[in-house]
Design a protein around this ligand. Structure first.
Ligand code: TPP
Ligand code: DXP
Ligand code: MG
Length: 671
């Protein structure tokens, strides 16, 4: 398809110039453009296909140069970006200088917040509605789109609760595709499922009169009904759960029925009430394999989606009965070039669960991302998905630990931020042995600034007694998990990156984890090394590579796997500093409050000199979308960067010593 219409759209004004009859073709072209792009670069897929009609209809009716549009999570913003003048950026999706994978105000005035975490759209929309009204801009309409899984997130519900009291236009679109990344969890998901049948507008028209009979006479809804347009009359819903949150509820409607959506938005756009529009959609709509398996097509890697031609082949095979919808796994994931830390975690967890029936695993809507889907296959009764609710996950873990279980909460570092207060009060303050396993710790690559795990040490190390660890490779991961299983005195945290574990490990026999003890990986050649490197987590391997370069240049370096950021191995640090050996820390975490800073603070507490201590960590700046390798390089955290920083540090120290010696001798001469 040549995408003739799409090419003419440089902004919503061009879209508005089309006739409603042309919109379905535009929808097809948008889908093809997205399929083509994702086949080449990977990216969020099924959710974008899902909102094509909704996005077109919204931009067709509203004016988001003025009005407010907020996407929850934001992983479904590609059609929006393609309709708001960003087609040229799309080929470089999620790469440096290219299009961000999430809403990004730096890119366009049509994106209001830089977001990727769920639960943000409704509460921020409430704030904007209040703010706009207060400053005399209340004519700006406010619209948010949220998925069926994200709406159960605590802060979404809090937003709905407040929104129900707003006395102005406020439209929330519940995009109910019956999916989170995997299956949605909980009672609300079951409720949505019961009202899953998607009514076409024609069906609904037949129900129009029945609806009126269901509306209590004299109620605000009856009054509203009589003043409403035809679509609202047909689709107004009574008894919807969000009616009790003070919203007029409309739907469920078919979220792919473009003409009806356009009519509906025209009818609701100026209604001065909070309205909840419930639409039923198909995640992956229009790409048959994704419709059959939206879980696998949530965010496929490059090559998983087969471009236009391949799609036709799949469709053909389906129509000939050569392929079942459920069998769409014929479209294989490309080899990822090594075992991921996530896979190592899943294997490690299975090992723990095999030997200890008190071990339970929890995820908050990330079974695939955290590897717990594999664990659930082996231990379905001891693996819990609590839904898209990180704070709930943390509190459930607290309760389970209190009952005597050994909960391991697998959560992305960035999403664990959403459970900070629960970690503080319900876990740490109680001294409960919750085991928090933080995946995606460090730079994550293409998802960009909001998804890096750059503050998990800073955020959690402040709690007295907790233990913080990071494994350098798979053997250390297993040893670390085993330590956590046995440690009952407090919460334990382990962090690991969106990366692969080393195929060849640095140590043949990995010693057990001992609280607060680093592990010597490589001795210096001489008695007193030029420098000792204490690396944290996977950075041990980067440091080892940097050291090979330094040794080639004549430096004698010792390497330690720090293992613990809390407690820091102060015995080792004291020995090194008192022995006059410069110490360099290396980590994939923010410099503020990171492992190196823990060492620095430890030295300060112990009255040790810190002039021979150097921290290598994330610089204090936002790091936007790029490959993880690119981000590490930018931060000076690739092997070359680490070697160069160490070299400069040592050069400076020897220069300072020389200056010192010269100053002293000239002072002696003067005497
Ligand atoms: C706080 C938070 N936790 C987890 C995620 C990871 N995540 C991204 S999309 C998604 C599922 C969202 O489901 P839904 O809201 O129904 O949207 P859909 O993907 O179905 O379009 C999850 C769990 C996230 N982005 N933010
Ligand atoms: C939108 C979202 O939050 C997730 O889909 C996230 O992008 C997944 O990241 P990974 O690819 O690292 O699992
Ligand atoms: Mg959904």
């Amino acid at each position: 398809m040549p995408q003739d219409l799409l090419k003419t759209i440089n902004g919503p004004h061009d879209l508005k110039a089309l006739s409603v009859d042309q919109l379905p073709q535009l929808a097809d072209e948008l889908r093809e453009c997205i399929c083509d792009q994702i086949s080449r670069t990977g990216g969020h897929f099924a959710s974008n296909l899902c909102v094509v009609e909704l996005t077109i209809a919204l931009h067709y009716v509203f004016d988001f140069a003025q009005d407010r549009l907020l996407f929850d999570v934001g992983h479904q913003c590609y059609p929006h970006k393609l309709l708001t003048g960003r087609q040229k950026l799309f080929p470089e999706l999620k790469t440096k200088g290219g299009m961000a994978g999430f809403p990004e105000p730096r890119e366009s005035e049509f994106d209001l917040f830089s977001v990727g975490h769920a639960g943000t759209a409704i509460p921020t929309a409430v704030g904007m509605a209040i703010g706009d009204t207060a400053i005399g801009e209340g004519h700006r309409r406010c619209v948010s789109i949220i998925g069926d899984a994200s709406i159960i997130n605590g802060v979404s519900m809090e937003g709905m609760n407040y929104a129900g009291t707003l006395n102005r236009q406020f439209l929330t679109i519940l995009n109910d595709n019956g999916m989170a990344i995997g299956d949605p969890q909980g009672a609300v998901a079951q409720y949505f499922d019961r009202i899953r049948v998607s009514h076409t507008f024609d069906d609904l028209k037949k129900r129009g009169k029945e609806i009126l009979e269901m509306i209590p006479g004299g109620s605000y809804l009856e009054d509203f009904y009589h003043r409403s347009g035809e679509v609202i009359k047909a689709a107004i819903s009574t008894g919807h759960v969000f009616e009790h949150f003070g919203h007029v509820c409309v739907g469920p409607l078919d979220g792919h029925d473009l003409p009806t959506l356009v009519d509906l938005f025209n009818e609701v756009k100026d209604i001065e009430k909070p309205i909840l529009l419930h639409v039923k959609t198909v995640k992956g709509k229009g790409y048959v394999p994704a419709e059959g398996d939206p879980f696998r097509f949530h965010a496929p890697k490059a090559g998983v989606v087969v471009n236009g031609n391949g799609e036709k082949k799949v469709e053909e095979a389906l129509s000939k009965g050569e392929l079942e919808k459920s069998d769409c796994s014929v479209v294989k994931k490309p080899a990822c070039g090594g075992k991921s830390f996530t896979a190592a975690f899943a294997d490690g967890m299975k090992g723990l669960m095999a030997k200890d029936e008190k071990v339970y695993a929890i995820t908050a809507a990330m079974p695939d991302g955290t590897g717990l889907d594999k664990v659930a296959e082996a231990y379905p009764d001891r693996t819990i998905d609590c839904g898209l609710a990180e704070s709930l996950g943390m509190d459930m873990a607290a309760g389970m630990a209190k009952s005597g279980l050994k909960p391991f909460y697998a959560v992305y570092s960035t999403f664990s931020q959403r459970a900070l207060d629960q970690t503080f009060q319900e876990v740490a303050l109680q001294g409960l042995p919750v085991r928090v396993c933080m995946d995606r710790a460090g730079y994550v690559g293409g998802d960009g600034a909001m998804m890096h795990g750059f503050m998990d040490i800073a955020m959690n190390a402040v709690f007295p007694d907790v233990v913080m660890m990071a494994p350098s490779d798979e053997s250390n991961f297993n040893a670390g998990l085993e330590f956590m299983r046995g440690y009952e005195k407090s919460a334990t945290f382990i962090r690991y990156p969106r990366d692969v574990v080393a195929a060849e490990e640095l140590q043949a026999d990995v010693p057990k984890y001992e609280l607060g003890k680093a592990n010597l990986i490589k001795k210096a050649k001489g008695k007193k090394p030029d420098v000792a490197v204490l690396a944290y987590g996977v950075m041990v391997y980067t440091a080892a590579e940097a050291i090979r370069e330094l040794e080639g240049q004549g430096y004698d370096v010792a390497l330690y796997d720090a293992r613990f950021a809390k407690p820091v191995d102060m015995g080792l640090v004291t020995e090194l500093i008192e022995g006059g050996i410069p110490v360099v820390t290396v980590e994939d975490h923010g410099i503020v409050g990171g492992f190196g800073t823990m060492v620095l603070e430890g030295c300060n507490e112990a009255g040790l000199r810190t002039d021979k201590l150097k921290r290598i960590a994330h610089p204090e700046k936002w790091m936007y979308q790029d490959s993880r390798g690119g981000q590490l390089k930018d931060a000076g955290l690739d092997a070359t960067g680490v070697a160069s920083t160490i070299r400069k540090f040592l050069d400076k120290l020897s220069h300072d010593v020389n200056v010192d010696v010269k100053t002293k001798s000239s002072q002696q001469v003067a005497k």
